[in-house]
Design a protein around this ligand. Sequence first.
Ligand code: AMP
Ligand code: GLY
Length: 420
Amino acid sequence: MNILILGSGGREHALAWAVKQNPKCDRLICAPGNAGMASIAECAAFDINDGGAVVAFAEENAIDFVVIGPEAPLANGVADRLRAAGILCFGPSQQAAQLEASKAFTKEICDAAGAPTAAWAHFTDADAARDYIRAQGAPIVVKADGLAAGKGVVVAMTEAEALAAIDDMFDGAFGDAGAEVVIEEFMDGEEASYFILCDGVNALPVGTAQDHKRVFDGDKGPNTGGMGAYSPAPVLTDEIAATAMREIIEPTLAEMAKRGTPYQGVLYAGFMIKDGHARLVEYNARFGDPECQTLMMRLGGQVLDLLIASAEGSLDQVQVNWANDVAITVVMAAKGYPGAYDKGSVIGGLDALVEDSKNMVFHAGTALQDGQTVATGGRVLNVTARGETLTEARARAYAIVDQIEWPEGFTRSDIGWRAL
Ligand code: AMP
Ligand code: GLY
């Protein structure tokens, strides 16, 4: 099979690494890719958010299967364009990707499906939103409706903070995404993520994980795309997961199918868990980054068969063979991230690393320049390791971090603390 993976992050490097191990993979192309992907696949440069460009590239290169990594091409309808052209594709339609692209859409689906989630209200008028906040009181959560790169959510501990968030959002601080807001009940508890492959009808869980959103140790500092993750997430027990499948995931998928917009691809459910019960915080229409790196490490080459089954509608005919172990990812980011940071610093020590099915460095913001790997983004490397226990996996990952020579980078030193 000729396979095209869209994206350039650690998530897509991990997907490429897993797909490549499957004997069905003959030719692997990543677009746009990064230095890590370039070491295992061909890289191609074109606009991955332009459905016409993706279809044209796929046709010219006799691509049999396209895997869409990030949310932007999904929200732009790239999966629809590929399917219309008769090209097998992993990722939801533009309509189905609304589960990530619109908070209000997701809340409506939850209500229709009877899925447990925070109480909510939707506003397009700032005064009405302010009145609602004053009536409800704090803590309360204010969300810009559209895609805001993870920055459109304010968990307000005081009424004043919530009112300030309304001012910001209606002032255009979040662009068009802020013209509408969703205001939600604050949910207390511990967060964990559940990843479920869907084919429009069937749902197949492929793992749990926990992310570390804040930039500094002890969950301090501003939010990031994620500074590390581990899988499985002990807080999301088999029992809680099974109940969540029955109460949240299956009813959501049934509601999407009923509306004529069946969900195909991976559904990334963010749960708030309290007293042995999960409520939905949000859906994403893609794998989490860096959560995906830990899942790929545990799943390996079978991932390609699972992704194809999701795309073809045959998830009822496959099963997941679990490695009964733990994987962890420690993100190395450029100093200054998530604020301003320098680009172009050289990363040393990568060639000497021993990489295998238990120890991998997945690249995110890297490029090759004159034979050297240089940093080109905020999140740059994803050091990923497996072990019998989280303690073992974590020791391995930090030992690799120590071998990487990159003074301009930093990591959190406490990835996994919640589970330890
Ligand atoms: P979202 O983009 O909807 O996932 O929100 C980003 C983060 O805000 C979540 O991962 C939670 O940490 C927090 N959050 C969102 N909604 C709520 C809520 N209703 N109660 C408490 N925390 C929330
Ligand atoms: N790590 C969080 C996300 O991918 O949205």
